[in-house]
Design a protein around this ligand. Sequence first.
Ligand code: NCD
Length: 332
Amino acid sequence: MAKKLFNCISAKQFDRELLLELFVLADKIRVICKTKKGADFLGNLLSHKRATLFFEQPSTRTFLSFNNACQILGIKTSDIRNITDLSVSKGESIEDTLKTIHSYSDLLIIRHRNESIASNISDIFQNSDKPIPVINAGSGSDEHPTQALLDVYTIYRAFNGKIKGKCIALIGDLKRSRTIRSLIYTLTNFEISKYILISPDELKAPDDLIKYFNYNCITYLESNKLNDISEADIIYSTRIQDEYDVNNESKFIDYTKYYINKENINLIGKNSIILHPLPRRLELSTDIDSDPRAWYWKQEVNGLWIRTALLAYIFDVGKSISKYYKNKASKR
Ligand code: NCD
């Protein structure tokens, strides 16, 4: 039996069994959703639930995919995307605001600059008279566990479930990328052969990640040269996270050395894949979008299905979905 997930706060919560269960469930949901009958079935499963999406930091994909994932399962949503619309601007504490959200919702999906808020609030909700799940949709520069779900789901699909033994190159702002930290934690479940950590010297992987590699006896190589991607099966590019600059320091970093484009894409193996959590700036040129190795747009689509699977799992409707799939969808 997989470990039961109620809150989704850190990618450290994921184990292999749970991940595979979510991947299989996401595969079923995307098939069921293709027909009106199937979509109607899914849309009735959680029509008695309400969610609040509280996004204090900017978001396009995470917000839209969670919002649509809720719609697929019939969950009604309220969203807060602008903190100035809230009574916080009248002096209310964030704790009281979250208490109010708790009064009206069955689920909180939260993205916040404060690294510990999702975890703190999940403890408070858990100990209340009405425990409701909390999903971390990005906590400062610390974690983004559901991005890791879609990243690894994409790797799983790209390599037909065979992740073991693959080599991954992580490129860019390794210091401040929350997606990279959560991805590393999640991939620990799949025996990656080697991590190639490629970044400008100023943006090297932080000590806690290096300690994590050493503690878990994971093979890694730190490099500041893009050429080192040639060994990798999975290329994971990221943008510079300059919103966390203290003194505009990103301006003085030469990020252009890490750009992938038509001129240098053949450094990458024929059967490798290129991923990016998006949004991209110039680190992935649009002229490689149609290359078969470019998987980042598929990755974004996978985000919708794996987040739907996560919600279904949290609210315990996975079994009904599998039953429906077995009886109807798989026989089409
Ligand atoms: C990422 C994030 O917000 O951390 N985006 C996303 O959720 N898809 C990556 C980024 O903003 O660079």
